[in-house]
Design a protein around this ligand. Structure first.
Ligand code: F6P
Length: 462
């Protein structure tokens, strides 16, 4: 079998796989733990010395880790990736901030990484590039002589034409995507947006069965919804439920019903609206006062990006408002924390929650929503209240699907979730579990890998 080479900006570093790292790292650890391979990416450090990637072996994975210079960190990671692409891809144009130098530095980082990766490659490797940070990498590798199949998977949504029109460098980036042999998206909607984008910005690209032909090169395009390791999540949730933190949480609730949200602290996660919806629940259905607790765990993320500082201050103010209005000397309605916890503790908390409240304004998939379901006790499952603008809502149809911009609707869904009887909860849970099992993490990995291997000329790869 060919070796799998994964390239991503964020790497789940060996020995430092804590909370708050996001779905990409969690999914990729699973991908490589299953079959081994090479994982190339950022070591999380800044250094202005000339870089050579350091190899670290943690069988069956070999890591090749490289630092970013201060200039690269500012221009590539903070600048173009997280102040331009991220807000555009998550439909938050008003938060986009563009500096022309950032785009050049963004392109340069892919070129440099390609130069560092090429000597580590062998014949027959399958190269799988991840996420919006590295769109130019496929072309950079080809330009530096790589002939192996190269695939790209986008973990975020792919934006519609109207959003993309606002992105500087869009023509070039869309063209660079067509340098890959395979492009994978999370959902059929993202595939559709991509095809519409091509028709608008690159009409010379021709659609063919299963892909797009541009300047003679065929790029396959398909949707590969990322899944979770369902059994492992269930097992970790069972052990986490009764660990030290699980017991402390249970004791602290004194019989009150737990509503739980877990997200990186990111403006795309819709936390302000979520808190307002909870406040509305307490206002419209006062019988829930003193009976429920909303615990929101939101580990800090991208703290150097100014827009993340702003959402933090906004959330602090809303939480303060809600406490001032509803807290009692023996009841805090909302517990809001910005630290992370080990994975099994988080999964144990999810198992304890009667309601999983996951309402991003936009999200590629949202693995926490899937983990909430898989973490449940099948005899007494909780209810998932899920944003219709998260990719996961296209699979988890039995969740209570809400519009994350509609505070009233979200409050109503919380009330419905808290009132739902066991039979209905079990039915909904079983429907979702079936789909989670069918489209689990292993399925995601093997289907992308096989599709990528199939792009190789006969006799190579696979
Ligand atoms: O899942 C989307 C994503 O941007 C990943 O690419 C990333 O690993 C994760 O969120 C966390 O973000 P960051 O790497 O910026 O900390």
């Amino acid at each position: 079998m060919s070796r799998l080479v994964i390239v991503s900006n964020r790497v789940a570093l060996p020995g430092r796989r804590g909370g708050g790292q996001g779905g990409l790292a969690t999914g990729l650890v699973g991908a490589l733990a299953a079959q081994g391979g090479l994982w190339f990416g950022w070591n999380g450090r800044l250094s202005d010395a000339p870089a050579t990637p350091l190899l670290e072996h943690d069988p069956p994975i070999t890591y090749a880790l490289t630092p970013l210079s201060h200039r690269e960190f500012e221009g590539y990671y903070i600048g173009f990736a997280n102040r331009c692409l991220w807000p555009v891809f998550h439909a938050q144009l008003h938060l986009m901030h563009y500096e022309p130098d950032d785009l050049s530095i963004y392109l340069e980082v892919s070129w440099r990484w390609a130069g560092e990766l090429v000597p580590l490659l062998g014949p027959g490797d399958l190269i799988w590039v991840h996420d919006y940070h590295l769109i130019p990498l496929g072309c950079a590798l080809r330009a530096q002589g790589v002939t192996s199949p190269i695939g790209f998977f986008l973990h975020t949504p792919f934006p519609g034409v109207d959003l993309l029109r606002a992105l500087p460098g869009k023509h070039r980036l869309v063209e660079m995507l067509l340098g890959y042999d395979l492009i994978g998206f999370q959902t059929p909607l993202d595939c559709q947006s991509f095809y519409r984008t091509l028709a608008f910005f690159l009409p010379e690209a021709h659609r063919e069965a299963g892909g797009v032909r541009y300047r003679g090169h065929l790029t396959r395009v398909d949707c590969f919804p990322i899944g979770i390791a369902v059994e492992e999540v269930g097992q970790l949730a069972r052990s986490g439920r009764h660990n030290r933190h699980g017991q402390r949480l249970e004791a602290s609730l004194t019989g009150r019903r737990l509503i739980l949200g877990i997200d990186r602290l990111d403006y795309s996660k819709g936390l302000a609206n979520r808190f307002r919806a909870y406040e509305r629940l307490l206002e419209r259905w006062p019988e829930f006062q003193r009976q429920v607790v909303l615990l929101q765990i939101a580990p800090l993320s991208r703290t150097e990006v100014p827009e993340y500082g702003a959402i933090r201050s906004q959330l602090n103010a809303i939480v303060g408002d809600i406490h001032a209005r509803y807290a009692e000397y023996d009841w805090m309605p909302l517990r809001y924390m910005t630290r992370g916890f080990p994975r099994s503790t988080i999964l144990g908390f999810l198992r304890q929650a009667e309601v999983g409240f996951i309402t991003p304004l936009r999200d590629g998939m949202n693995l926490v929503a899937k983990e909430y379901v898989a973490a449940q006790d099948p005899e007494h499952p909780g209810v998932l209240v899920l944003s219709g603008l998260a990719g996961a809502s296209q699979e988890l149809e039995e969740a209570l699907i809400v519009n994350p911009y509609d505070i009233e609707e979200m409050a109503g869904a919380l009330a419905k979730a808290l009132a739902m009887g066991l039979e209905e909860r079990c039915q909904r849970f079983q429907g979702m579990m079936e789909r989670l099992r069918r489209g689990d993490l292993r399925h995601w990995i093997t289907s992308f890998r096989d599709a990528l291997a199939a792009t190789a000329p006969a006799g190579e790869g696979g």
